[in-house]
Design a protein around this ligand. Structure first.
Ligand SMILES: [Cu+2]
Length: 67
C-alpha cells in the first residue's frame, strides 16, 4: 500500500472535500482519500496508485493540483 499527497490550493470547505472524495475514490486502486482543508492537501492511499488518473479525477471534481 502506498500513499501520495497532492497540494490542492483551492480546497476550502466540506463541499470541496465531498467532490474530490467522490471523484478520486472511484479511481481503480484507490482505497482511501483524505482531504485536509487546513493544509489544502489531498492524500490518496491505495495500490497501485495511477498518478495521472488521480490528478485527472481531481480535475474532474473541479480542482487543480499545484505543481
Ligand atoms: Cu468548497
Amino acid at each position: 500500500m502506498s500513499a501520495r499527497t497532492y497540494s490542492v490550493p483551492d480546497v476550502s470547505c466540506e463541499h470541496c472535500r465531498a467532490a474530490i472524495t467522490s471523484e478520486v475514490s472511484v479511481v481503480p486502486g484507490v482505497e482511501a482519500v483524505d482531504v485536509d482543508l487546513e493544509a489544502k492537501t489531498v492524500t490518496v492511499t491505495g495500490e497501485p496508485l495511477d498518478e495521472g488518473a488521480i490528478i485527472a479525477a481531481i480535475a474532474d471534481a473541479g480542482y487543480e493540483v499545484a505543481a
